[in-house]
Design a protein around this ligand. Structure first.
Ligand SMILES: Nc1ncnc2c1ncn2[C@@H]1O[C@H](COP(=O)(O)OP(=O)(O)OP(=O)(O)O)[C@@H](O)[C@H]1O
Length: 231
């Protein structure tokens, strides 16, 4: 198997009709274990790119698009929503700006959610490794509303990684944190992903922060109502 985890070229995603916004991914690849940082000004299409990579938004022209050995372009072309949903659940972990945790279940149940939904067996050793690394031991039986924003982001990282998806997508994961906590959370995300050999795509307006962690930079090239990405 190639170590190329994500491979996209010649893709277009049009939003809001013909007069709306167009995202063009001329080329984007992520290797297993590689961390890529997506940067660009507000409104340049970073979240749109992440939604396309995360199999949430259907490209108007899928071009060539493979993820973890699956032909995503063919799945979209064939309208195979169930296969796309399964691929999304198995292959992708999400860390969102505000955690995105389920409020009515505990931290521990949030962390276990992705494995449970996939019908995977419990993984006590992997779970303990994440809980220890992220310093979550004292929080496991609390509900998310009782946590600080930084604590929620650490839980969100544990939840995103618990089912060992080959690709982790993070959309401004530290935007609601102060600089010290932002650096700490980014470090934890990238160190754990590297340890587990996972690919990571982080969207951030803060290249100063990302550059400290050695991510490969892919920068938006906005022009009018279209943005191109290549990298
Ligand atoms: N649901 C939608 N329908 C139509 N157009 C949309 C939709 N969501 C976003 N857009 C447009 O797509 C473009 C890119 O938005 P996107 O949110 O991807 O940018 P971004 O770089 O992530 O911005 P920010 O840094 O401010 O979050 C913008 O022009 C936006 O107005």
């Amino acid at each position: 198997m190639t170590d190329r985890l994500l491979d996209i070229s010649d893709l277009v995603c049009q939003r809001g009709g013909a007069e709306g916004f167009a995202l063009a991914i001329d080329a984007l690849s992520v290797h297993r274990g590689e961390a890529v940082g997506i940067t660009g000004p507000s409104g340049s299409g970073k979240s749109t790119l992440l939604d396309v990579v995360g199999l949430v938004l259907r490209p108007s022209r899928p071009g060539r698009f493979t993820l973890a050995g699956s032909d995503v372009a063919a799945l979209w072309a064939g309208g195979r929503q169930t296969d796309l949903a399964r691929l999304r659940a198995q292959s992708i972990g999400y860390v969102l700006q505000t955690g995105g945790l389920l409020p009515f279940i505990t931290v521990l149940d949030n962390i276990r959610l992705s494995r449970d939904l996939l019908g995977l067996p419990a993984d006590p050793n992997g779970e303990k490794r994440l809980i220890d690394a992220l310093g979550l031991g004292g929080l496991l039986h609390k509900k998310p509303a009782m946590l600080s924003i930084g604590e929620r982001q650490r839980v969100a990282i544990a939840r995103a990684l618990a089912h060992r998806p080959p690709l982790v997508l993070a959309d401004e994961p530290t935007a609601s944190l102060d600089p010290t906590h932002a650096a700490a959370v980014m470090h934890l995300l990238l160190a754990l992903a590297a340890e587990l050999g996972l690919g990571v795509v982080v969207v951030s307006h803060d290249w100063d922060l990302l550059s400290r962690f050695g991510l490969r930079r892919v920068e938006a090239q906005p022009g009018g109502n279209q943005t191109r990405f290549a990298g």
